[in-house]
Design a protein around this ligand. Structure first.
Ligand code: CA
Length: 362
């Protein structure tokens, strides 16, 4: 509620409402943005509107961005090519959709047993990740900027309990990308399905399980009505980042102050999305548990086997793909340093609070 009010406020500041343009002499620029997401995935989709509103407000309406949902101009997974080819100047998407082009793109979103959302932001903004990713995108004529993060996702909905590795054998799980490849090594039969097709497939038993996002988005699609067990943690998505893509030629032509304004707007949307999920998810989780959802943690056996399979997959990919290796090696060093540091200051604090805060939550 609070956030809606704020966004309405930000909207009121934009273009039309400003009596004097903040930059009356700036060129009038109209760009189109293709999102990979449907409007129904509101927390992710809205980041593009947040960017557009802030850019318009900061330029007195001189720089306007029109946002299109998945399918309106191009299909969701077509955003990369649409930006590269200049069909649109901007895209809002998840880079791990494009692992078919190069698995290295996954580092711009999330990889199994990777970084949490804070660590991902640290890697991109201060830890050398942005330079590595920009180098990769440059070859495709795209400039990338972090633009949102969901925080750690959930491990998905299962019609039956999954206790041991043998319970994974033959399990039809809706999951994509790198994580699907890891799951396949554990005996799972990964299924690729768009969001809208998951519910009927799960209801009819065409699939046994499905992962999507987290409590807020999963509740909206009603998975709790057709699968009882809700697993965690989503070890393949510890902090998946969304990205804004800009056609590189258009970016070069953009006035410097508009470039700075666009960057600031993205990083505002980046923090705002994480905040929105952190407010919405606990409330949705409470409702799910109250209506009978059974929470289950993946067993150590499964987690350990998944970790081992993931590490093997990284090493094999790095051995045959030099671009992957160039990112993976410094990324792995960064991740391990983060784990050591978070283990000192953050984790003991979180662990203590999880226990000490228990009575207060009841
Ligand atoms: Ca997911």
């Amino acid at each position: 509620m609070q956030r809606r009010k704020f966004l309405a406020g930000a909207g009121a500041l934009s273009a039309a409402a400003l009596p004097v343009a903040a930059r009356a002499d700036g060129p009038l620029i109209r760009w189109r943005l293709a999102s990979s997401f449907p409007k129904s995935l509101d927390t992710i989709f809205d980041a593009a509107n947040t960017v557009a509103q802030h850019v318009a407000a900061a330029t007195g309406g001189r720089f306007q961005i029109q946002v299109f949902a998945a399918g309106e101009l191009v299909p969701g997974p077509g955003v990369f090519d649409a930006v590269r080819e200049g069909t649109v100047q901007l895209g809002h998407t998840s880079s791990y959709y494009y692992v078919g082009k190069d698995p290295t793109f996954a580092f711009d979103t999330a990889v199994p047993f990777g970084l949490n959302s804070r660590q991902q932001t640290a890697w991109m903004m201060q830890g050398g990740g942005m330079a590595l990713m920009r180098e990769l995108f440059r070859d495709h004529g795209i400039v990338n900027i972090p633009c949102g993060n969901t925080g750690a996702q959930m491990g998905g909905w299962y019609r039956k309990e999954i206790r041991t590795l043998s319970d994974l054998k033959g399990l039809k799980l809706r999951i994509g990308g790198f994580a699907g490849q890891v799951m396949a090594r554990l005996g799972v039969v990964p299924q690729q399905l768009p969001g809208s097709e998951i519910y009927p497939a799960l209801e009819k038993g065409v699939i046994d399980a499905a992962e999507w996002v987290g409590p807020y988005d999963d509740e909206k699609l009603g998975f709790n009505k057709v699968a009882r067990y809700y697993y965690f943690p989503g070890w393949w998505e510890g902090g998946p980042q969304l990205s804004l893509y800009i056609n590189a030629q258009e970016w070069e032509r953009l006035p410097r102050d508009y470039q700075a304004i666009l960057e600031c707007a993205c990083l505002y949307a980046h923090a705002d999305m994480q905040a929105a999920y952190d407010v919405k998810n606990p409330q949705a989780l409470k409702r799910l548990i109250l209506t009978g959802t059974q929470m289950r943690r993946f067993s150590d056996e499964i987690m350990q086997a998944a970790y081992k399979a993931t590490t093997a997959l990284y090493e094999e990919t790095a051995a045959r793909n030099p671009r992957f290796r160039k990112v993976y090696e410094p990324w792995r060093k960064f991740r391990n340093e983060q784990i050591a540091w978070f283990g000192i200051a953050e984790r003991p604090f979180d662990n203590f609070m999880a226990v000490a805060g228990e009575p207060a939550r009841k």
